[in-house]
Design a binder for this molecule. Sequence first.
Ligand SMILES: *Cc1c(COP(=O)(O)O)cnc(C)c1O
Length: 405
Amino acid sequence: MIPRLKPHLDYREFAAMLRLGGPAVEAFEQAFASKFGVGHAIAFPYGRSALLAYLSASGLRDREIVMPAYTCSVVAHAVVLSGNRPRFVDIELPEYNMDLGLVEAALNERTGAVISTHLFGYPLDVHRLREIVRAAEARFGTRIAIIQDCAHSFEARSDGRSVGRAGDVAFYGLNISKMITSIFGGMLTTDDSVAAQQLRAFRDANFRPASLAKQVMRPAYLLAAHMAFSRPAYRFVYWLQESSGLLDGLTKAYHLDDEIHLPPDHLDLMLPVDARVGMVQLSKYDEIVARRRRAASMYDSLLRDRLPWELPRLLDGATYSHYVIRVPDRATVMQEMARRGIQLGQLIEYSMPHLPAYRRYAGDEDFPMALECSRMTINLPVHASLRDRDIARIAACLVEVAAGK
Ligand SMILES: *Cc1c(COP(=O)(O)O)cnc(C)c1O
């Protein structure tokens, strides 16, 4: 069975984990900064921890943090747990990012920051965002930070410029469902040396070394993930997953529940084994993105005008962390594709202001686009280990399912 996602691993990640000695985390931070052409990179156990640390270290509290209504729930969790309030803004199609007209209307004297998410790897227009934020700062006489959520975009480009460098800071997620992985992990980058120093000091004062048990389990987790996502095993894994939920910890990176919370180890320092794996993955980044772009352009040429549904836009600067289509009857399409040996994803299947835990942050606004997308999106596999003939088969099956055959 073709899995909906798959980390791009080989013997090199496993060999790297066995290596000993050396400041692995610092080396990974430096390599990350130099790979993405940014002054400083600071490692965290999760992307959400990086966001939480930044908000706390920069003294933002009791402020409104403007963010998309359609995004990963952990971002809002970090905002609330930092003592701030999310101010949701509806998204705009076809690119799934915040409607900048609504961002402008949402800014006020209580705004502390804007989280600029580049969902599914589509760059938000960061130039226009910056103009809107600067105008609001002048109007309200306050300072508003711009935080780039690069969990899906890494170095996606807007106007030829990397989105990661277009704000005060950027953060990245590095778990096994992301474009490159350090098993778990997150990173924050900035060109501001003072902010970097402040954040590093905050992290070193508030984060602690991971438990020995966690260190020991890490290689086993990566090996289990590697095997679980392999083709022959995946049919069994899929069946187990559908029928028991036993493997949720491995295959579902996010658990949707009604609680606003962060994992118990969210204040751990990044592990050296994680950093060693991340280092190997960093060297594969260009290949991984190139293959995702190739998959997206193949889908486009195989599916355009052959489906009754709307395809995503082909864009040079996008990284295609996900190739997303909207369909009216998601469950049936997913089921029919699974019958043909292809698993589709349904990211993101919720709208933040419609989640019970977040309804009180929604005010009396409507978020029609976020709600529509939460019900209709499916994503096709685009992982780097797909061969051209897999992509052709996925496309052919989808055309068949769309025709009701
Ligand atoms: C994955 C993700 C994050 C953060 O990831 P962590 O799991 O905390 O490392 C942030 N934003 C988006 C859009 C994501 O998909």
